[in-house]
Design a protein around this ligand. Structure first.
Ligand code: GRF
Length: 191
């Protein structure tokens, strides 16, 4: 049977798009559900375009009920992928999917992670620090922001004249290149 992926995303969902494209004709896995806390998120439109069902939830449901766990279990989800999802994952969800929740972060963790470190703020901080390299991290999710075991990192060099938009773009390219492949590699290890 194909492995089943659920994607959580709060915004545009360009990573979700790449994952849905990657597994569209895969024999290994499929994206079974897209979940969002944001009813306006463009990722929901992207899911629609792939005819993948989506589910919108609110904060109370996420933190105070097992509703999402029930949905994920009913759909026999094997891997939960956070792709631009900003809320800390509660303990009940972590326990229901031990080592089965992964996230992508637009920096080389453990640098530039933690609460509030997302979006342009990450890249701005990297430039201000004068770092010579930057990159992305794919990691398991635990009870803290951006702290679970690292699965994969990819780097690029920051050139002297690189602006925030340039390094953001370079990072996105790496995210799109690696995230689907890393998901595939992980799923191959599951029986
Ligand atoms: C990515 O940069 C990812 O690293 C971070 O959120 C962003 C999501 O972008 N967690 P998108 O919605 O996939 O375009």
């Amino acid at each position: 049977m194909k492995k089943r992926i659920a994607i959580f995303a709060s915004g545009s969902g360009s990573n979700a798009q790449k994952i849905m494209e990657h597994f569209k004709y895969s024999n290994l896995a499929e994206v079974a559900l897209v979940l969002s806390n944001n009813p306006e998120a463009y990722v929901l439109q992207r899911a629609d375009n792939f005819e993948i069902p989506s589910h919108v939830f609110d904060k109370k449901t996420f933190y105070e009920t097992d509703e999402l766990i029930d949905i994920l279990k009913r759909l026999e989800i094997d891997l939960v992928v956070l792709a631009g999802f900003l809320w800390l994952v509660p303990e009940n969800l972590l326990k229901a999917f031990p080592n089965k929740i992964i996230n992508i972060h637009p920096a080389l963790l453990p640098k530039y992670g933690g609460k509030g470190m997302y979006g342009d703020r990450v890249h701005k901080t990297v430039l201000e620090a004068g770092d010579e390299e930057h990159g992305i991290t794919i990691h398991f999710v635990n009870e803290n922001f951006d702290e679970g075991e690292i699965i994969h990192q990819a780097k690029f060099k920051i050139e002297p004249n690189d602006t925030l938009d340039v390094i953001k773009f370079k990072g996105q390219q790496l995210e799109h290149q690696y995230f689907p492949k890393i998901i595939e590699n992980l799923l191959k290890k599951y029986n």
